[in-house]
Structures are given as C-alpha cells and as structure tokens.
Design a protein around this ligand. Sequence first.
Ligand SMILES: [Zn+2]
Length: 104
Amino acid sequence: MSEIELLPCPFCGAHAKTPIRNNGMYGRPRWETGCVLFCISMLAGSKKELVQRWNTRPALAAKEAELAKAWEAGRKLNDFLIDHPECVVDIPDEIYVPFVEALK
Ligand SMILES: [Zn+2]
C-alpha cells in the first residue's frame, strides 16, 4: 500500500494521525484522522474521501490563486520589458499597477 500524504494540522502545523477505520455509530464503518495534538479530528465514509477532505484547504486554494495572479502580473511585466527595453523608466500603468498590487 502506498503512503498517504496528509497535510499537517491547519491549526497548529503538527502531523496528522494515520487514518484508521472504526465501526462508527450504528455499525457504519467510518475512517478517521486528526491532529496528533488533538486540535481537530475528521470522519468520512471512505479512506479516499477522508484524505481528500482533510487535504482540502480553502485558505490554501485562495493563496495559490493569489500567487498565480502575482506570477501572471510578473510575467507580463517581464514580457513587456523584453519587448520594450527603452521603457524601463516609463512602464504603462496597465502593466505596472497589477504587478505592484500583486506584491502587496
Ligand atoms: Zn493541531
């Protein structure tokens, strides 16, 4: 069996527990993981669902989208300067402003 990669605890950064299967309530098997320091635990009906839910981080997705936007703004600035080396001190606002905004 391949090693499952679980992200660290979203609250304290400690490791996640190795997923375990338990009998759950009413005999419905459940899979469980959580922070090794007990910040939070999570249940799901299958190991695959548990790993997917544990590793889904809306804040992380938002940060990745922010980084992609910054990367795109930087790439546009770079492309512009390659095409217009004479404009280093006179970069158009539509290129420069998104780049500066992305750095904030
Ligand atoms: Zn924790």
